[in-house]
Design a protein around this ligand. Structure first.
Ligand SMILES: *Cc1c(COP(=O)(O)O)cnc(C)c1O
Length: 384
């Protein structure tokens, strides 16, 4: 598609997707094939083997790149496979500077896999950028952040950090899973690579596991697509089709996630049994001003702690919920509740978790797009 300038919702529906040339099918077909006929050796139509290229995957890669205002997109078998591909850009001796509040699986691949290959990881507080340059040295190749972070909902100033990274010649990669491209576009703010767990909001229906990378730089795209093909953790055509379908409503779903999230954040904040609510939309949130500057709204992820700050009380609350399902993951149409300390963040040692404020009693909500009244009623009865 070579459109005039498209806005977000139009891109979500049209970017990368054209009627199928042979039949006119509106939806990109699921090209469930491993290989492609060649009339003569080397003479093909751009498709040789499905680890390297697949038309359904191409359509999705183009679509997701457009949503992040990026020139290039690549999709992988999971968010972790996408992170794995980025780490393969590094060599022994290189250092990674990472924010200290992040998804447990990311912490795990850093410290339990790539550290053994001679890459160093430093976890630092990036909420205040005044002293961030102290942490850089000649070996710092990559800076890794999540904003909003999982699960503390911390906000890091992407534009400010991007300018520090440029001076030090380090790549800045932003895990944009929580915000989605609808709320925040890190490449526009100076980031080099945007990473997504597509599994979450982008797919949006809790039926696919997938990851994505988006970038502007042609040299990075070339290296990362080489790694995608060489290592082979590609997303299959059936899953790409499901995401192409899910992504068409991303803008509509996000509007409702934000609306419901706001409603529930204020409900919890006012509730006598709740002591602290983590949500970047509150004016008193530490980096609310940065969030307001770099995000269009504040999303549907909320963490909180009960006044009765005991693990048993948090567990009993989660067990009483009827609409919110206790499960790993987030970003689907249905509301979920999670216990980060024993679920998504169990692979981070307790002392490390506590440093970033992640207590055993912390509860995380992924607010879905049901009717807000029903969600509030459910929380109310479980708070008791
Ligand atoms: C889920 C998640 C990941 C990992 O993605 P998978 O698709 O589960 O492999 C990475 N970062 C964040 C913020 C996540 O929530």
């Amino acid at each position: 598609m070579t459109p005039i300038k498209m806005k977000f919702g139009t891109k979500a529906i049209h970017a990368g997707v054209e009627p199928d040339p042979t039949t006119g099918a509106i939806m990109t077909p699921i090209y469930q094939t491993s290989t492609y006929a060649q009339p003569s050796p080397g003479k093909h139509k751009g498709y040789e083997y499905s680890r390297t290229q697949n038309p359904t995957r191409d359509a999705l890669q183009t679509n997701l790149a457009a949503l992040e205002n990026a020139n290039h997109g690549l999709v992988f078998g999971s968010g972790m496979a996408a992170i794995d591909a980025i780490l393969k850009l590094l060599k022994p001796g290189d250092e990674v500077l990472s924010s200290n509040d992040l998804y447990g699986g990311t912490y795990r691949i850093f410290t339990q896999i790539y550290q053994d290959f001679g890459i160093k990881f430093k976890f630092v507080d990036m909420l205040d950028l005044n002293r961030i340059s102290e942490h850089f040295n000649d070996h710092t190749r990559l800076v890794w952040i999540e904003t909003p972070s999982n699960p503390m909902m911390n906000i890091i100033d992407i534009k400010g950090l991007a300018s520090v990274c440029k001076k030090s010649n380090a790549l800045l990669c932003v895990d944009n899973t929580f915000a989605t491209p609808f709320l925040q576009n890190p490449i526009d703010l100076g980031a080099d690579i945007v990473m997504h767990s597509v599994t979450k909001y982008i797919a949006g229906h809790s039926d696919v596991v997938m990851g994505a990378l988006m970038m502007n730089r042609a040299d990075l795209f070339e290296k990362l697509s080489f790694i995608q093909n060489a290592s082979g953790a590609v997303a299959g055509p059936q899953d790409c089709f499901l995401v192409l379908r899910g992504v068409k409503t991303l803008h509509i779903r996000m509007e409702r996630h934000c609306e419901n999230g706001r409603r529930i954040a204020y409900f919890l904040e006012a509730h006598p049994k709740v002591s602290k609510v983590y949500w970047p939309g509150f004016e008193k949130h530490q980096n609310h001003d940065v969030a307001k500057k770099q995000m269009r709204d504040f999303g549907g992820m909320i963490s909180f702690v009960l006044k009765d700050d005991k693990l048993e009380s948090a567990i009993s609350f989660m067990e009483k919920l009827k609409l919110f399902t206790l499960a790993e993951s987030l970003g689907g149409v249905e509301s979920l509740v999670g216990h980060p300390a024993s679920m998504t963040h169990a692979s981070i040692p307790r002392e490390e978790r506590l440093k970033s404020g992640l207590k055993d009693s912390l509860i995380r909500l992924s607010v879905g797009i049901e009717d807000a009244e029903d969600l509030v009623d459910d929380l109310e009865q479980a708070l008791g």
